[in-house]
Write a protein that binds this ligand. Structure first.
Ligand SMILES: [Zn+2]
Ligand SMILES: [Zn+2]
Length: 253
């Protein structure tokens, strides 16, 4: 049964990616920016979703800021009894090392909100959006002469934290009048088939190139905990394969 389920998921992901391939156009200068502000629910989402765009932006002389909403401390909660603080510390260190040394990210901000517990209620989302907007405003002001673009996970990513990050980022983008791009981490695995018709495939843009840098970042994030699984948790095969493929896809909002 699980073999059939895996085959179904792989097929569904292949259909989504084919649609991106057919309808998508290269992410060009009108849609990309000189300063990227990436909202990442957990340390590793920025690399899985945006490493190629980060590398390209840096090579073109732009700037990149990453805002981590949580430290991803719950990655081993259904796996082993390792302390949450230890997981948080390791994911913090890994993201410092990978983002600063390998991807040359200019700024890292850590909100330190609770992993797995980002708000879903409207009033709580608004409070989070206010806090996040303060940080994003400061980052934007650092590069006043450059266009800033906000990036956040797609709303069909499946995980509650990724959905909340999308909602909060939408509010921040509206408040600060910033363009918003949605990146994909779990979409290939999580988006239900019936949502395919609602997806705006014509708004898809892609980045190619810089795949070696991205793969180095992905592999560096696979450092293992004592239980044998990566500190960031085990990525399902569909997600891993999509992350390692040659094109990175974005939805223009
Ligand atoms: Zn995540
Ligand atoms: Zn574990």
């Amino acid at each position: 049964m699980s073999v059939l389920k895996d085959a179904y998921r792989a097929l569904r992901a292949a259909i989504y990616r084919s649609l991106c391939n057919c309808c998508g156009t290269p992410l060009n200068a009108t849609c990309s920016a000189k300063h990227l502000i990436i909202i990442a629910p957990h340390p590793d989402d920025e690399a899985i979703g945006c490493a190629q765009l980060i590398a390209r932006t840096k090579e073109e002389g732009g700037h990149v800021s990453v805002v981590f909403l949580t430290n991803g401390e719950q990655a081993h909660c259904h796996c082993c009894d390792i302390e949450l603080t230890e997981v948080a510390k390791r994911r913090h260190l890994l993201s410092e090392q990978i983002d600063k040394q390998l991807l040359h990210v200019d700024n890292i901000v850590r909100m330190k909100w609770s992993d797995g517990k980002l708000p879903v209620e409207k009033s709580e989302l608004e409070i989070c959006a206010s806090q996040l907007a303060d940080h994003v405003r400061k980052l934007k002001e650092q590069y006043q002469d450059e266009t800033s673009t906000l990036l956040a996970p797609h709303h069909e990513e499946g995980w509650s934290d990724h959905w909340s990050a999308n909602q909060v980022a939408q509010q921040v983008a509206q408040r600060l009048n910033l363009p918003l791009l949605n990146y994909c981490v779990w979409l290939w695995l999580s988006m239900p088939y019936n949502k395919m018709w609602q997806c705006r495939w014509r708004n898809v843009h892609y980045v190619s190139g810089y795949i070696t840098t991205k793969r180095q970042a992905l592999i560096a994030y696979q450092e293992t905990a004592p239980c044998g699984k990566p500190w960031v948790g085990l990525l399902p095969r569909v997600v891993w394969r999509a992350a390692n493929s040659k094109r990175e896809y974005y939805f223009c909002v």
